[in-house]
Design a protein around this ligand. Structure first.
Ligand code: SF4
Length: 324
């Protein structure tokens, strides 16, 4: 709701799995049900308004939703710890931020998608990179937690322009980022471009290489990556045409980063037969999805055995076991 433009890649009805926005009464019913579940499980949660441009929706409706949510945060602080929303950078101004503050909003995420104006225009975003910079600064100055969302492999983008978007994000000092490799869905403008051969998405491997680098860049700069890849949903599976989508995409990227570190260390150590020890938490990432890391190392001529060792500190430890 609230979107003044239709972005090339977006069919929000499919992404959110809903076609009808909830009324404030429906929200109250939902929050009542969830409160009991949260209490029973002794966990807490934030109330998040996602899927659309929250600050661009009808003002009265926005305030009704905020007011209902705030009441639950005030009444059940053990279960509801605050509010967050996602919106467009061109729908942030002082008045909106004052309203959000008043109703207890804590985090605002901006759908920035790219910091390249040509990419933004080609994908009909309707805002510029400068809008992202101005809105980010205002959000931070107001004391909100700032989240930035980027998409990789959009129409008109390159690996370099996506890396540059990440660099520009880091300069804006967000608390969190979400990274979404572009998925081409049915009934979108991007699907048209793809079918006409005008748009070619990054290959799966290009996306993994790029996104594993983005993960490293953000982590190195203390920016928390709270999402990498779209959430798994039947709707996306049914409407998927092309692009990068995998339910374990983040783990695949983390695993690629571990593989690169292993190769770096193996290049320093001489020999070809090694044992790798890792704690059970990292075991699947060290082995790789469907043993991809093991297979890559084998193809490079290494004989590797991987062991789970919960006393292993750090991501892994390599021990040479033979002479080449
Ligand atoms: S602003 Fe977000 S929700 Fe709205 S059309 Fe664009 S991508 Fe979809």
């Amino acid at each position: 709701m609230g979107c003044p433009f239709c972005c090339s890649f977006c069919n929000q009805g499919i992404i959110s799995g809903k076609t009808k926005a909830p009324t404030d009464r429906e929200l109250i019913t939902l929050l009542n049900q969830q409160q009991e579940i949260l209490k029973r499980n002794n966990v807490c949660a934030e109330i998040a308004f996602f899927g659309g441009s929250f600050t661009a929706i009808d003002r009265n409706y926005m305030i009704k939703l905020l007011s209902a949510a705030k009441n639950f945060c005030d009444k059940f602080p053990e279960q509801y710890t605050g509010l967050r929303c996602s919106t467009r950078p061109d729908f942030i101004d002082e008045e909106i931020l004052c309203i959000l503050k008043e109703y207890g909003m804590r985090s605002i995420e901006l759908g920035a998608q790219s910091m390249n104006n040509d990419v933004l225009e080609k994908n009909n975003r309707g805002h510029t990179a400068s809008d992202v910079k101005v809105a980010s600064k205002m959000i931070r100055d107001f004391g909100f937690s700032l989240g930035l969302q980027m998409m990789t492999g959009l129409y008109g983008s390159t690996i370099e322009s996506d890396l540059d978007t990440a660099k520009q994000f880091i300069e804006l000092k967000p608390d969190t980022v979400r990274i979404y490799p572009t998925v081409v869905l049915k009934h979108t403008r991007l699907a048209e471009y793809f079918n006409k051969g005008i748009y070619k998405p990054f290959s799966f491997d290009e996306s993994v290489e790029l996104c594993s680098n983005l993960l490293k860049m953000f982590e190195k700069n203390n920016v928390k990556v709270i999402r990498l890849g779209l959430h798994a949903s039947d709707d996306i599976k049914n409407d998927f045409i092309a692009g990068t989508y995998h339910p374990a995409f983040r783990e695949i990227c983390e695993s690629r980063n571990i593989l690169n570190k292993i190769i770096e260390q193996l290049n320093i150590l001489k020999g070809n037969t090694f044992n790798i020890y890792t704690n059970s938490r990292n075991l699947s990432k060290v082995i790789g999805h469907k043993k991809s890391n093991l297979n890559t190392l084998e193809k490079k001529g290494y004989k590797i055995k991987i062991f789970s060792d919960d006393f292993c500190k750090g991501e892994f430890k390599i021990v040479k076991t033979g002479v080449s």
